[in-house]
Design a protein around this ligand. Structure first.
Ligand SMILES: [Zn+2]
Length: 363
């Protein structure tokens, strides 16, 4: 007998997260405490519960630009080694408590140098925080492995530096390079130099593309910049035509993405909040899953979207009627697509993920 698809059981199931922003996942109470500690007075409220509601409301505004503004507050309180380490440690603990067994958490070092830290100090503080949080989770009986992705901001000009930073820290916890920020007007090809460097170093790249902006952004990310994975990639559906009898015809780009198994880091709730999808029911994840693209499920920004891996999975179960086999498929897809080595991915799939889903699915 399969276990009921309750929120508790979904939380208990091993999950893999590839797209989660460190500055989008702070505990509301931590935002308030860190703000108080540095005399930051621009928060809309000092009440953690009200603050959580405020972030969610801003996320719901339907504008990616407005949504990105909320990060002004979280980034403002993440400017010292202590604050960065605390946020990273709590991130590891929160993900582990949510049943995440492997996560790649990303952040943009260049956003955390306002108080005089250099890029290396930022990365070292975050890595130290993840070590602390992972150890605390282990003490609490939860095993989690965390890899970092270093993000460069697409409107800025530091991508080559960040790419070099990602390669420099590859053996101590950084697993890849990413670019993020407003897509429109800032195509990934502005940063070709950085992508070429990362690829020449045999390192990994994921690119935010096809979230608010269409196919050209996805095409550039893959065919010019060599992205191993796509952050969101929602707009790939613009290259798919579904006939009235339900048969789907893939354009050349969509076929390329599916044929070469390029992972899509889909973030359903976040996409609804930013207006990239009209509702969860109409989110392209339904079609892309049916067509067997390499779909993965992610949180994006847990604070702004008021979500977790468990709530995302539970919402998909409610909306699309997915069962344990589907949740395992998303999880194995994500584990296969991770930027750690093949042997480590395989070990997590065969020793942790599959045995537990077999129990839950009653196989
Ligand atoms: Zn993102």
């Amino acid at each position: 007998m399969p276990a009921p698809l309750s929120v508790e059981n979904i939380r208990d199931a091993p999950k893999v997260l590839l797209h989660d922003h460190l500055d989008g996942g702070l505990r509301p109470a931590t935002v308030v405490e860190l703000a108080d500690a540095i005399g930051y007075t621009a928060l809309p409220t000092r009440d953690p519960e009200e603050l959580a509601g405020w972030f969610l409301g801003a996320a719901h505004s339907g504008s990616l630009v407005r949504y990105l503004e909320t990060f002004g507050h979280t980034v403002a309180v993440m400017q010292t080694p202590e604050a960065l380490a605390r946020v990273a440690a709590e991130c590891a603990e929160d993900l582990a408590a949510d049943g995440v067994v492997y996560a790649e958490v990303r952040f943009a070092p260049e956003l955390h140098v306002e108080q005089g830290l250099d890029l290396d100090q930022v990365v070292e503080a975050v890595l130290e925080g993840f070590r602390i949080g992972t150890a605390r989770a282990a003490t609490a009986g939860r095993s989690i492995r965390i890899g970092c992705l270093l993000t460069a901001m697409r409107h800025a000009a530091r991508s080559r530096e960040i790419a070099e930073l990602a390669v420099r820290y590859r053996d101590v916890g950084v697993v890849g390079f990413d670019i993020a920020g407003a897509e429109k007007g800032f195509p990934p090809t502005r940063h070709l130099d950085a992508f070429e460097y990362v690829r020449q170093q045999n390192a990994h790249v994921t690119i935010h593309a096809g979230e608010a902006f269409g196919l050209p952004s996805i095409w550039e990310a893959i065919q010019w910049c060599g992205a191993d994975r796509l952050g969101h990639g929602v707009r790939i559906v613009d290259d798919i035509t579904v006939a009235s009898d339900g048969t789907a015809k893939l354009g050349l780009l969509a076929a390329y993405v599916r044929d070469t198994r390029i992972p899509l880091e889909m973030c359903p709730t976040s996409n609804v909040h930013t207006g990239a999808a009209p509702s969860l029911a109409e989110h392209p994840i339904g079609l892309l899953t049916k067509l067997r693209f390499r779909v993965t499920v992610n949180t994006d920004n847990r604070l702004m979207s008021g979500c977790s891996m468990t709530s995302e999975m539970a919402a998909l179960v409610d909306t699309f009627g997915y069962g344990w086999d589907d949740l395992q498929w998303f999880t194995v897809n994500a584990m296969k697509s991770a930027f750690i080595g093949f042997d480590e991915r395989l070990a997590l799939i065969t020793d942790v993920i599959k045995p537990r889903y077999a129990e839950l699915g009653g196989h």
